[in-house]
Ligand binder design. Structure first.
Ligand code: SF4
Ligand code: SF4
Length: 119
């Protein structure tokens, strides 16, 4: 997710929709540059499927998405690997058509308290 000014679009920290999907384990593929950037964290935040690497998904959302237990918090969702997130996430523009489509799917965020094994 990339934050750019747009009054009609929620702040990414109150959304997280593009970090969620409908339980597709191959939602975001990691390329060599992504894997190198992740370094030792790779095996924690990603999985290898048939010789390809993907961000690890849990309950329909990226396992690296940190969701606040308190839904009234101003920061509801944030990327736990922001500095080393993959290129696909860096390129995803807030306010874009893809952002609009992601928000239209409306996958409920899974709260930390309902999760186990969360980073
Ligand atoms: S769907 Fe759009 S507004 Fe929501 S987190 Fe992603 S980029 Fe930000
Ligand atoms: S790496 Fe970060 S920005 Fe990318 S899908 Fe996961 S939580 Fe979202």
């Amino acid at each position: 997710m990339v934050s750019t000014p747009d009054d009609d679009v929620p702040q990414c920290t109150s959304c997280g929709a593009c970090c969620s999907n409908n339980h597709d384990a191959r939602y975001i593929e990691l390329w060599e540059v992504d894997r190198a950037r992740l370094g030792d964290a790779l095996s924690t935040v990603a999985i290898e499927l048939e010789s390809r690497w993907f961000l690890r998904m849990t309950d329909g959302q990226c396992a690296s998405l940190i969701v606040a237990d308190d839904p009234t918090s101003s920061v509801v969702a944030r990327c736990g690997i922001y500095e080393s997130r993959p290129d696909a996430c860096r390129a995803f523009e807030r306010g874009s058509m893809a952002c609009e489509r992601a928000r239209a799917i409306d996958v409920p965020l899974q709260r930390l308290s309902a999760r186990s094994g969360r980073r």
